[in-house]
Design a protein around this ligand. Structure first.
Ligand SMILES: Cc1cc2nc3c(=O)[nH]c(=O)nc-3n(C[C@H](O)[C@H](O)[C@H](O)COP(=O)(O)OP(=O)(O)OC[C@H]3O[C@@H](n4cnc5c(N)ncnc54)[C@H](O)[C@@H]3O)c2cc1C
Length: 385
């Protein structure tokens, strides 16, 4: 399928694909088993100038947008979705600064992120505030020239590995979500520590940790936008990064499909390759249809966002739901095509099936995405927009 990428987008995609094939896929199973954070791959991405594809040129990036970010995530995820998350999770941490940072904040943080010298992370979720993000309890109190943070963020991607964290905390408890604010917190700030590394089903090369704030003092200049804008910062960020989760799902699905197609042509049963059986052929055809449909929706959604469109929440949620559901179905079918071998760790598809599951859960579960989509549809229909 021709996806009408620009020459630069095609180059970015091909470069990421080369890194996925040559550097990531060969180590994916080992990193998964050991739960090893991919510092070496981040270095390769940095040397290849890929870390800043979505960061404006004036801050050291390549000046692309959500589509460029998605192209890299898709290709890296074809090799290993956990390794790809070091890059994608940094995008999640960097987008609040790109969207809401002032000139000083952008100059201070974005060039190092673009150069791959620093990773970023985004802390919204807490133990009692997952889908109901408005229930966060972490507080930030202004004392003189400093905000004092107290509370614990749970399951933060790149936790402990990132240098730059965007954190959503409560500055006014009486105002609900309108009392939230967003802050930049640097690793190494006294009072900021990390919990243990979580032991996960999939994306095991990614590091997921608690962020613990105990009287953590940060300069008041680290406030993003204005007090009270934290929930908006979070929601507008997620609108732009959910297509990245969709791209991750797409890459996983493509990787699983490629492995299943290859295997079906090599595996002989009843004297013929299993690819000659119509039951297998139809499974392959359905997998390919779903992947093409997901890619079309993901790329078009990214273009819609990059065009500067105002209403993007519904589209972004649709891409995430569709692609992640496709990834779950395609990886499950890939395991089926490989039969018993598909269940074994020597083959890549069991890992891909485990990796696919998270794309239906994080950055808002697919149930929450369907809520967003339905509410937008009803709002549109009642002409309130
Ligand atoms: C590996 C991993 C990495 C993560 N990385 C980050 C990160 O970097 N930063 C960050 O801030 N967070 C992160 N998260 C948190 C993630 O975004 C949340 O787990 C997710 O939003 C769901 O919240 P929850 O797990 O508390 O589920 P819950 O909110 O407890 O939901 C449980 C179930 O109830 C359903 N449900 C809840 N409310 C509704 C409703 N109103 N309607 C219908 N169904 C509903 C959900 O869909 C789900 O099926 C990460 C999580 C994981 C597992």
């Amino acid at each position: 399928m021709e996806y009408f990428l620009t020459e630069e987008q095609q180059m970015i995609k091909e470069l990421a694909a080369k890194i996925a094939d040559e550097k990531i896929a060969p180590v994916a199973i080992q990193y998964d088993e050991e739960g090893k954070f991919p510092h070496d791959i981040v270095k390769i991405l940095a040397d290849s100038d890929l870390c800043g594809v979505y960061i404006p040129e004036e801050y050291g990036g390549l000046g692309g947008g959500v589509l460029e970010m998605a192209l890299v995530v898709e290709e890296l995820s074809r090799g290993c979705a956990g390794i790809a998350l070091a890059f994608a999770g940094t995008g999640l941490g960097a987008f609040p600064i790109i969207l809401f940072g002032n000139e000083e904040q952008k100059k201070k943080y974005l060039p190092d992120i673009a150069a791959g010298k620093k990773l970023a992370a985004f802390g919204l979720t807490e133990a009692n505030a997952g889908s109901d993000a408005a229930g966060i309890q972490t507080t930030a109190v202004l004392e003189g020239d400093e905000y004092v943070l107290n509370g614990t963020k749970q399951w933060i991607t790149n936790g402990g590995e990132a240098d730059v964290y965007t954190i959503i905390a409560c500055t006014d408890r009486n105002k609900g979500a309108r009392g939230f604010s967003a802050f930049i917190v640097e690793k190494g700030t006294p009072g900021f520590s990390f919990g243990k590394k979580e032991n996960k089903m999939g994306i095991r090369a990614s590091c997921t940790r608690e962020l613990i704030f105990e009287n953590c003092r940060i300069p008041k200049e680290n406030l993003l936008a204005r007090e009270g804008m934290g929930f908006i910062v979070a929601m507008k960020t997620l609108d732009r990064t959910r297509p990245g989760v969709a791209a991750q799902a797409l890459g996983i699905a493509q990787g699983a499909f490629d492995a299943a197609l290859k295997y079906s042509r090599e595996r002989v049963q009843f004297g013929q390759p299993i690819s000659s059986f119509q039951a297998i052929q139809h499974m392959l055809a359905d997998m390919a249809i779903q992947i093409e449909a997901a890619r079309s929706l993901v790329y078009q959604t990214c273009r819609h966002i990059d065009s500067g469109a105002k209403n993007i929440s519904k589209e972004s949620a649709m891409a995430k739901v569709f692609a992640s559901d496709v990834a779950m179905r395609v990886t499950t079918d890939a395991v089926q095509i490989l039969g018993g071998y598909g269940y074994m760790k020597e083959y890549p598809v069991e890992k891909m099936m485990r990796d696919a599951k998270i794309t239906q859960i994080y950055e808002g579960t697919n149930q929450i995405q369907r809520n967003i989509i339905a509410l937008e549809l009803i709002k549109e229909a009642s002409g309130k927009k």
